[in-house]
Design a protein around this ligand. Structure first.
Ligand SMILES: Nc1nc2c(ncn2[C@@H]2O[C@H](COP(=O)(O)OP(=O)(O)OP(=O)(O)O)[C@@H](O)[C@H]2O)c(=O)[nH]1
Ligand SMILES: [Mg+2]
Length: 327
């Protein structure tokens, strides 16, 4: 049986990775094999490291969204065939829209000999509206093209059954989106991905190392999604903020014992200019009680989307949709 590719989209911090990893666990309990493709504009993805720590077979598409890196998506899916997955979840970058025309339809058109293509799921963000026209533009366009909308609290089992039944139309809606406006909306965001090694003397636990760092970063940045992941010989710790004024959501070894060596990944999406964001992050990292080596740091505005395919093919009688206002 050919594996199913199920694309999951939705805004930054909506809960895509969480949904996919929950579904992966449920499917594994049902005896099915699952793999995941993560996607980002930069490298050093927290989602990939986290998924691997949970024992899920992963690959990734980096340096651009699935739309712009469509051949990389196909290569990643091809590499995952080695695991003989029944289902491959593909998580789109949280600022990405127009996935039906640029990714789902080309999959349907050219790759059905290898894969079955599931409907596009879009995860609702608990915030619903962002008080920012650029973020609202991206969010409502994402929702407008969904085949299935998943909301926190919905049954993951029922969602999977719907997704995998094969009875629902995939790519039913073609988005009518202005690419100039789309590029402008994405460019309101600053993206920072960093990988840093920290050598602490005396040894320190991960929560003691990064807790104060989060406390210092939070008031200085308009956070859209901040993901921080640390790995040491005591285990991993993941902390996330999806808005300002929240306590971080933490997973992993909260009670980890002290370690000398920590690898820290930071994936930060904020309403900012990249230069200011980078300066704040570098300054606050420098205050850590450890010797730091910056292995990699990328800080940029997403460049205008240039989809590899923008498929206009109409497979059935599919309506064109324009995103409606959120309010
Ligand atoms: N309580 C609760 N928290 C959730 C749920 N889904 C996600 N979260 C939390 O919300 C944060 C963001 O979730 P992610 O799954 O990382 O969101 P995402 O859509 O993958 O984010 P990006 O990859 O940055 O676009 C995480 O810290 C999750 O623990 C949920 O259903 N309930
Ligand atoms: Mg994610």
């Amino acid at each position: 049986m050919k594996p199913i590719i199920a694309i999951v989209g939705g805004f930054l911090g909506a809960g895509k990775t969480t949904l996919i990893l929950t579904a992966a666990r449920l499917l594994q309990q049902r005896g099915q094999r699952v793999a995941v493709i993560l996607n980002d504009q930069g490298d050093d993805l927290v989602d990939t490291h986290y998924s691997r720590c949970l024992g899920v077979a992963c690959d990734q598409v980096t340096g651009g969204c699935f739309c712009c890196r469509f051949p990389d998506l196909i290569e990643a899916a091809g590499r995952l065939l080695e695991y003989q997955p029944d289902v491959i979840f593909a998580e789109a970058v949280g600022s990405c829209a127009d996935i039906v025309a640029t990714t789902l339809r080309p999959l349907l058109r050219d790759h059905q000999h290898l894969f079955r293509i599931a409907p596009l799921t879009v995860v609702l963000h608990p915030q619903r509206a962002f008080d920012n026209p650029d973020l609202d533009f991206l969010y409502r366009n994402q929702l407008a093209e969904a085949d299935i909308v998943f909301e926190r609290g919905d049954s993951v089992g029922a969602w999977m059954d719907r997704l995998l039944s094969g009875s629902e139309l995939a790519g039913a809606k073609t988005l009518d989106i202005d690419y100039t406006r789309y590029a402008e909306a994405e460019a309101a965001l600053a993206w920072l991905n960093a990988r840093v090694t920290a050598q602490a003397g005396p040894p320190i636990s991960a929560p003691m190392l990064v807790g104060p760092l989060l406390d210092r970063l939070e008031p200085q940045i308009r956070i859209v999604h901040l993901k921080l992941f640390t790995q040491s010989d005591a285990g991993y710790l993941k902390a996330a903020l999806t808005a300002n004024g929240q306590d971080p959501i933490v997973q992993g070894a909260l009670d980890a014992s002290p370690s000398v060596s920590h690898e820290i990944l930071l994936n930060l999406r904020a309403l900012s200019d990249p230069e200011s964001l980078r300066a704040i992050v570098e300054r606050e990292f420098a205050a850590l009680p450890a010797q730091l080596t910056w292995q990699n740091v990328q800080c940029f505005r997403p460049s205008p989307p240039v989809p590899y395919h923008r498929s206009q093919i109409r497979l059935t009688n599919r309506p064109k949709v324009a995103a409606r206002s959120l309010k």
